[in-house]
Design a protein around this ligand. Structure first.
Ligand SMILES: [Zn+2]
Length: 238
């Protein structure tokens, strides 16, 4: 525990690009920078001078720009989802259409939503999430059961989670939780996450031994793991 206060700073880099950041003071001993969702957050010791902080931000400006640029690229990639023209299902773009009195559902390659939500961005996002959750509660859970049976994993309860930071989790009793948003991704990616979590039944860590097991059941996991990282932004949309 420590008291802290937040101020805002700006740093001009050599190329005259401005890095805006929020500054949080804490009892930590070193300065740290985090770039999350397009925002730069600096945490510094209570006594660190503004000059020292500026210098530190400057020394990391190349990296900061790289991360910001990447987020920007990802955002434009998902622009169609943000604009609510489409949603993703099993890796495919699905058109969103409206009809009066219809119950939200996927039908014939279209996600149908009641016309009363038209123009209500928040309402539409909630309807899309609802449609995902409903389908995931059957399809995603069944897929996990199938993979567990195929590779002979004795897993506990399988359920869904709303957690935005993780695609899945496995507790010490072997209960698996899968992020319902996994349904948006192509089946191979879903399978990688499922295998990853199932392997945690055997190894509750990310040791070399754990990754050996993952490789055994999912030989192409390295590429899939990398691809999955490119989708983390999906968790901030819905
Ligand atoms: Zn893990």
């Amino acid at each position: 525990m420590g008291s802290y206060f937040v101020t805002n700073g700006e740093h001009k880099t050599k190329q005259d690009m401005i890095i805006s950041y929020s500054l949080k003071r804490s009892r930590r001993k070193t300065i740290a920078i985090k770039v999350l969702d397009g925002k730069v957050q600096v945490t510094a010791p209570m006594r660190a001078s503004k000059d020292l902080i500026e210098q530190f931000v400057f020394s990391k400006s190349g990296w900061i720009h790289e991360v910001l640029e990447k987020t920007h690229k990802e955002k434009s990639r998902f622009e169609e989802l943000i604009q609510q023209h489409y949603c993703l299902l099993e890796g495919d773009l699905i058109e969103i259409d409206f009809e009066s009195g219809i119950r939200t559902k996927f039908k014939n390659g279209v996600l149908w939503i009641d016309k009363k939500y038209f123009g209500d961005r928040q309402g539409i996002f909630l309807q899309i999430a609802k449609a995902y959750k409903k389908r995931a509660s059957v399809d995603l859970i069944n897929r996990c059961k199938e993979v567990a049976a195929k590779f002979d994993f004795a897993c506990g309860d399988i359920g869904l989670t709303n957690a935005k930071k993780k695609w899945g989790s496995c507790d010490s009793k072997g209960n698996i939780r899968l992020n319902f948003r996994l349904l948006m991704l192509r089946p191979l990616l879903q399978e990688y996450v499922i295998i990853h979590e199932l392997c945690h039944i055997l190894e509750h860590n990310h040791s070399a031994k754990f990754w050996e097991k993952v490789a055994l059941f999912c030989p192409g996991y390295k590429q899939l793991k990398k691809e999955l990282k490119g989708y983390s932004l999906l968790n901030t949309i819905y």
